[in-house]
Design a protein. Sequence first.
Length: 281
Amino acid sequence: MTWWCSAQGLPWTWTWRAYPGVWLVVLALAGAYLWAIYRMLPPAGRTDAPAASRPERTLFAVGVVSVWIALDWPVGALGAGYLLSVHQLQYVLLVMVAPPLLLMGMPVWLLSWLTDLRGAKPLAQFVTRPLPAIVICNAIVVVTHLPAVVDGFMATQFGSFLLDMSWLTAGLILWWPVLRRIPELNGLTYPARFGYLLAVTLVPGVPAAFMFFSDYPIYALYELAPPVGLLPARDDQFVGGIIMKLGSFMVILVALTVLWFRWHASERVQKERIALPRPVA
């Protein structure tokens, strides 16, 4: 039974295929979230506080849909064993798009509860520090783009599953210091967040550069894959590099823009508070 998208070596058809493993992951994400916000109470039983606001629920839902699109048919199937360009679209969705949406969609009290679980807080404090977060995320990105890893892992369902989950984990680690959902847990100032995001863009450019400038396909999996359309393997690789670099850059640009406006608004609020007249004793 095919439970996860992997390279099958079969001619591509647009006939829909079921991937129950993908559905289980998506349902687990959505189900755990719904159970948490409707069955659990905020800290200290605060029934006056909403379990999750409407924007938070919307953001989490969009994040779950992004994961679903990246993993299920046809994107998951095409990316797993046919087109490197679609594989890089999966990278953008699983590392750059879905993780910040999932994190922003989780209420602060729920994130605090998760990080306060036994043994979780020391690990969370370490992996969400800026330097370890960048090192861990970039290490995952580089390793999962090595030809030996891609050609070997994508040929099996379990290997493909590991790569997909590694990307999603890397994205969650990457975006945590930027979003600062729990300020006391390795929160960064606005200037530091700008520098952090700029540093994030450096290492992923290395695999993209190989895709751009290599004269030959660097992945045997996609070079020997059954053809889809009229795009040769070398051109597909070039498009994959563009998607990886440009897609990541566009997401980072949006994040920088949002941070800029939030920084400006917070500075204005702070100035207004300083300018308020003090009450006369």
